[in-house]
Write a protein that binds this ligand. Structure first.
Ligand SMILES: Nc1ncnc2c1ncn2[C@@H]1O[C@H](COP(=O)(O)OP(=O)(O)O)[C@@H](O)[C@H]1O
Ligand SMILES: [Mg+2]
Length: 432
C-alpha cells in the first residue's frame, strides 16, 4: 500500500523530526479519535527519522502487547511502500527484533508490550535513541517511564506517542497532554486528531461510526475527548427496544448472574438472524423474599424456567463455581463460564443495543428497571460501574460477550464490512 493523500495534521507528523523548526521538541503526541489516521503516518515518519539521523542505533516499538505491536506496527512497515521502497526490512520474530537497512547503514527496532510483565525487565538493558509508543494510554505507566529513561543518555533521542482518550485522571493525560507548564514540563509537539483528519474515511463511514457508539465511548473514540464516564451506562436503551412479541425463532440461551445474598438474575434469550430477544426472566432477591435459596433450589427453578425450550447453552457468572458444578452434575444443560471483562463487555453491549440488535419482552420488568438505574461511579478515578442494580445488567453482558460477540450476524462481520472495524474482537480487546 502507498499513501497518496495526506490530511493537514498528517503532513505535520511527517515534518516532525525532519524539519528544523521542530528540533526543539523531543516528543510528539497524537491523541484523539479511533481510525483518525494517527498511527500509520507516525510509523512512516518515525522510520524515516530513525534512518536519516542514526546508524547502528537501537529503538523500541511498544504496543499494549507484543502481538498488538507486531500487528499494528511491524506488519505495516512491511506493507507500506512508503517504507519498503526506501529501505530493506527484516523481522526476527523470535527475538522480536526488526532490522531496517539502507545500503551499509542499519538500525534495530525492538518490540515490546507495555502491559507484558516480561517487557519491563527486558527494556532495562537497552540504550535507546527513540521510542514509538502505540496506544500509550493502554500501557503500564512504570513501563513507559522505564523506556523513556533508556533514551536519556542519547543525544537527539525522540519519543513518539499516540493514543485514544481515556479517563481524564489518566496519568498520560495529566502528565503529558495537560502538563505543558507544570514541573514535568516537557517539550512535546501535540496534535489532536478527529476522524476527518483521516483522508480516506468517507462521510458515510464517519456517520456509521457515530451511529455505533454512544455515551462515554462516543465521546472518547469518536469525538476524541478525555472525559469521565458519567450517568447511565446504557443511555441508548429506549422504549422501542421493548417488545410484546414472543414469536421469534432461533437458538435459545439462558444467561445467569448468580447471587445468594444479592439478587440472582436469569434471562432466556432467543437469537435470530437479526436480533436477540429476552423472552422472559427469573429474578430472585433473597432480601425481599426473606429467605435464601440453595444451589439445588436454583437448579429446580432453572428447570421450570427452561421448560418447553431446547436451550443450547447456559452462560453463567464465572465466579459461581458451585452453581456451575450443580448444573454440570445434572448433565441436562451445556454450561459455559461467561467472559467477564466488564468494560469490553459494556462497550459491546452498548453497541448492540444502539444498533437495535437486542430486544426485551415487556414482561422482563427487572431488566427494564435496571436499565434506568445502572450507572457509572462518578467518584472513581478510573472507569468503574456502581455496584448496584447490576444483576440483570450482568446477565445481559455475559450473554453479549459470550454468545453474540462470536455470532457473525451480530459482530458486524457478515452484514457490513465497515461495521467490523468497530466491533472486531481483537480491536475491542486492545482498548482495555
Ligand atoms: N492518508 C492516508 N492514506 C491512506 N490510508 C490511510 C491514510 N490515513 C489513514 N489511513 C488508513 O486508515 C486506517 C486508520 O488509520 P490509523 O493510522 O490506523 O488510525 P488510528 O491510529 O488513528 O486509529 C488505516 O487502515 C490506515 O491505513
Ligand atoms: Mg492507532
Amino acid at each position: 500500500m502507498r499513501i497518496e493523500k495526506l490530511s493537514k495534521k498528517q503532513k505535520l507528523i511527517l515534518k516532525f523530526g525532519h524539519q528544523k523548526k521542530y528540533q526543539g521538541y523531543n516528543s510528539i503526541i497524537c491523541d484523539g479519535a479511533v481510525r483518525s489516521g494517527k498511527t500509520i503516518i507516525m510509523i512512516i515518519s518515525f522510520v524515516h527519522w530513525a534512518m536519516r539521523f542514526f546508524e547502528n542505533a537501537s529503538f523500541a516499538v511498544c504496543g499494549k502487547t507484543i502481538s498488538s505491536a507486531e500487528r499494528n506496527i511491524i506488519d505495516k512497515v512491511f506493507s507500506l511502500s512508503d517504507i519498503t521502497s526506501f529501505f530493506d526490512a527484516e523481522y526476527n520474530a523470535s527475538k522480536h527484533k526488526l532490522t531496517i537497512r539502507n545500503g551499509e547503514k542499519e538500525n534495530y527496532f525492538y518490540v515490546f508490550g507495555g502491559k507484558d510483565k516480561s517487557s519491563y525487565s527486558l527494556i532495562q538493558g537497552l540504550t535507546l535513541s527513540g521510542v514509538f509508543f502505540d496506544e500509550v494510554a493502554l500501557q503500564n505507566e512504570n513501563f513507559v517511564y522505564q523506556s523513556i529513561a533508556r533514551t536519556l543518555s542519547q543525544k537527539n533521542s525522540k519519543l513518539w506517542f499516540n493514543c485514544n482518550p481515556e479517563h481524564p485522571e489518566h496519568w498520560f493525560y495529566k502528565d503529558w497532554i495537560l502538563d505543558s507548564k507544570g514541573e514535568n514540563k516537557r517539550k512535546s509537539f501535540h496534535l489532536h486528531f478527529l476522524m476527518n483528519d483521516n483522508p480516506i474515511l468517507s462521510e458515510e463511514e464517519i456517520e456509521k461510526a457515530h451511529s455505533l457508539y454512544s455515551g462515554v465511548f462516543k465521546q472518547r473514540y469518536i469525538l476524541g475527548k478525555w472525559v469521565a464516564a458519567q450517568g447511565l451506562i446504557y443511555p441508548m436503551f429506549s422504549k422501542n427496544m421493548i417488545t410484546k412479541r414472543t414469536d421469534y425463532f432461533g437458538d435459545y440461551y439462558i444467561s445467569i448472574d448468580y447471587g445468594t445474598i444479592n439478587p440472582f438474575s436469569a434471562g432466556l434469550w432467543v437469537v435470530t438472524d437479526k436480533c436477540a430477544v429476552r423472552l422472559k426472566e427469573f429474578y430472585f432477591d433473597s432480601k425481599k423474599a426473606h429467605r435464601q435459596m440453595t444451589d439445588e433450589e436454583y437448579y429446580n427453578e432453572l428447570l421450570r424456567f427452561s421448560e418447553g425450550y431446547s436451550v443450547k447453552s447456559i452462560i453463567v457468572d464465572p465466579s459461581a463455581a458451585s452453581f456451575i458444578q450443580t448444573i454440570r452434575r445434572n448433565k441436562k444443560f451445556s454450561v459455559r463460564k461467561a467472559n467477564n471483562n466488564v468494560l469490553d463487555g459494556i462497550r459491546l453491549t452498548g453497541n448492540l443495543l444502539k444498533q437495535g440488535k437486542i430486544l426485551i419482552n415487556e414482561n422482563c420488568k427487572d431488566i427494564i428497571r435496571e436499565f434506568s438505574l445502572y450507572c457509572w461511579d462518578e467518584e472513581s478515578k478510573n472507569d468503574a460501574v456502581k455496584k448496584e442494580y447490576d444483576h440483570a445488567m450482568d446477565d445481559l453482558r455475559y450473554f453479549c460477550t459470550t454468545v453474540l460477540q462470536f455470532n457473525p450476524n451480530f459482530s458486524g462481520k457478515k452484514t457490513s464490512k465497515k461495521a467490523s472495524y468497530f466491533l472486531d474482537e481483537k480491536e475491542l480487546n486492545e482498548y482495555y
